[in-house]
Write a protein that binds this ligand. Structure first.
Ligand SMILES: *Cc1c(COP(=O)(O)O)cnc(C)c1O
Length: 339
């Protein structure tokens, strides 16, 4: 029997019973293997280690009140991993293999799915790496696809409580024609210094601007950015941000709530006009933002004057979580049951 205090879970790694793996060799994917080892054996010249041929995904499974396990929009994660693979010349994972791995890894770790009502969920981490040896700068001939799971609590210790973030200009996460639109490890390596410094200075995250002109909002570290003003849900349009599945879902819900959705450039000036702003992603769903500090000019933009998340962000958050946990009707077919 496992012994986990579900309410105390943070967003971190907890060992589970199994993970699944599949190797791509001689131009084809092999069989899906179940493993109870937490490590992989990798060639010292693997391209993932030297040239960053690595992509990952993140999605969640939720336990409903009815005892059924729900996975949220996994097809979108499978498609995005496919795009990431193509973007850095890796062998793409076929959707059927992604689905098989997903169902297998969840079924073999049933005991680790946090119970309904705990607020926690099962985070699923698919990983695709160039495992073949190469010394010259070339794509690998062999790939490894791994999927592991870990039960997680909220991403920010504040939960659904407003956080502060800081605008940075002395670091870029991704170049306009680089790999910002792909979920690859290299973007994360590039954003670590800004992220850790933001933390050290008391902020939940850094807010990156467009790398070329430093005029527009790009994204908030590992989460997309949105603002609410005059009945509109506004989110940046940029070639260097990662298309968030949470953001895409919130846009659908916002439209349903009667908001007008705009995907376009957002200038710094505009931050002063927003009634609510937030960061969104699988980990936290929405992190409401109460303060944005421009680290260079010391200009401050403030929201949530009463200390609480705004009404629209709250409604969006509750609706999306409600669908994920099965408390609100899944009109858009976002849920897949794992039995
Ligand atoms: C994964 C990720 C997001 C959030 O995407 P979701 O699909 O909503 O989880 C946002 N920005 C970056 C850079 C990411 O890697």
């Amino acid at each position: 029997m496992i012994n986990i205090d579900w309410k105390k879970l943070v967003f971190g790694y907890t060992k589970t019973n199994y993970n699944v793996r599949c190797y791509y060799r001689d131009g084809k994917w092999g069989s899906l293997e179940l493993s109870s080892s937490e490590t992989i054996n990798i060639h010292i010249a693997a391209t993932a280690l030297h040239y960053g041929q690595e992509a990952f995904e993140g999605l969640k499974a939720f336990m409903g009140k009815d005892g059924k396990v729900r996975v949220f929009r996994w097809e979108e994660n499978a498609k995005r991993l496919h795009r990431s693979a193509e973007g850095i010349l890796m062998a793409p994972v076929p959707e059927e293999l992604f689905q098989k791995a997903l169902f297998k890894v969840i079924k073999h770790n049933k005991d680790f799915i946090p119970p309904y009502g705990s607020g926690a969920s099962l985070y699923i981490r698919p990983l695709l790496i160039g495992s073949g040896a190469q010394v010259g700068v070339k794509p690998a001939n062999e790939y490894l696809f791994v999927m592991f799971v870990t039960p997680v609590g909220p991403y920010f210790k504040e939960g659904f409580n407003p956080v502060d973030i800081q605008i940075v200009r002395d670091f870029d996460r991704a170049a306009p024609l680089g790999t910002g639109h792909l979920k690859v490890g290299g973007n994360y390596a590039a954003s670590l210094r800004a992220g850790v410094r933001a933390h050290d200075e008391g902020f939940a995250s850094a807010l990156f601007l467009d790398a070329k002109t430093k005029t527009y909002i790009d994204e908030a570290g590992p989460a997309n950015f949105f603002g609410i003003a005059n009945g509109k849900y506004i989110t940046p349009d940029s070639t260097s941000i990662l298309p968030s599945i949470t953001n895409m879902s919130l846009q659908t819900l916002a439209t349903e709530m009667g908001l007008h959705v705009e995907k376009r450039h957002i200038t710094l000036e505009e931050l002063a006009q927003f009634e609510e702003v937030g960061a969104c992603g699988t980990a936290a769903v929405i992190s409401p933002i109460k303060k944005i500090l421009d680290r260079d000019s010391n200009r401050v933009f403030e929201y949530c004057k009463d200390g609480k998340a705004g009404p629209i962000s709250t409604k969006l958050y509750q609706t999306l979580q409600g669908i994920q946990f099965g408390d609100i009707e899944d009109k858009y077919n976002w849920i897949t049951f794992v039995d």
